[in-house]
Design a protein around this ligand. Structure first.
Ligand SMILES: [Zn+2]
Length: 230
């Protein structure tokens, strides 16, 4: 390597180190600006120290793009809040707010349907109801990392592989998409609500049929009487 090249390389690596320092300062500034803790950022990135992510880069552009991504993550983290109603973690720009509390939707703000919101994605409540009752489950939660259902009951906690649960494919899929624990109380409430709705629909249906039959019978009687009068 000639002298010129050597000095160029030296300069480049010196610049890289300075760039990294600057990017770390940038991220630190962003953290304090948005009042987000370093622990929160580390946790989100899944690292022990976010600075390593910048320090380990071997070129400036890569380090810059990591810094840029981190700044976006910090923005997101600073917007994160837990809905005061349904408990889900969101990062909407404009959460619904009422009395100093944040809500993920207008429904949540109004306090509607708070308990059963997470059950909305579950179509076959009856199957879940029957299954939880059979298992004696007071609460269940799906663990995506192990693909297991964690079942809490009065006798303790047990884990079961979702594929061995005996649940239908559809319900397995639906459970996988719920991240929060589901209590038997919630399922029971929802099941009764649906049952009542179905019962009501059945009663209305029966009244309609009786009404139609009556109307036909009355119609026939009137028609016959008219004929007789002629
Ligand atoms: Zn909510």
């Amino acid at each position: 390597m000639d002298e010129y090249k050597k000095s160029h390389e030296r300069q480049k690596s010196k610049n890289l180190e300075e760039d990294k320092k600057q990017y770390i300062r940038d991220v630190e500034f962003k953290l304090s600006l948005k009042s987000v803790s370093a622990e929160k950022l580390n946790k989100k990135l899944g690292v022990s120290d976010w600075k390593d992510r910048i320090n380990e880069c071997s070129d400036s552009m890569e380090a810059w793009s990591r810094k840029f991504n981190m700044e976006n993550v910090i923005d997101k983290l600073s917007r994160e809040y837990t809905c005061a109603n349904c408990g889900s973690v969101k990062d909407n720009y404009y959460p619904w707010e009422k009395d100093g509390k944040k809500y993920c939707s207008l429904e949540c703000q109004d306090g509607k349907d708070q308990k059963n919101k997470k059950l909305r994605g579950i179509f076959n409540i009856k199957e879940l109801f029957d299954w939880m009752r059979k298992m004696g489950a007071t609460e269940i939660k799906f663990d995506a990392t192990t693909n297991q259902i964690i079942i809490k009951s009065n006798s303790g906690e047990q884990k079961i592989n979702i594929v061995d649960s005996g649940l239908s494919q559809k319900l397995q899929q639906e459970l996988k998409s719920t991240q929060e624990p589901i209590t038997f109380n919630q399922v029971d409430d929802e099941f009764n609500k649906k049952k009542n709705k179905n019962d009501r629909a059945a009663i209305i249906g029966a009244i309609l049929i009786v009404g139609i039959i009556l109307a036909v019978v009355i119609g026939v009687v009137i028609h016959k009487n008219k004929k007789r009068n002629y």
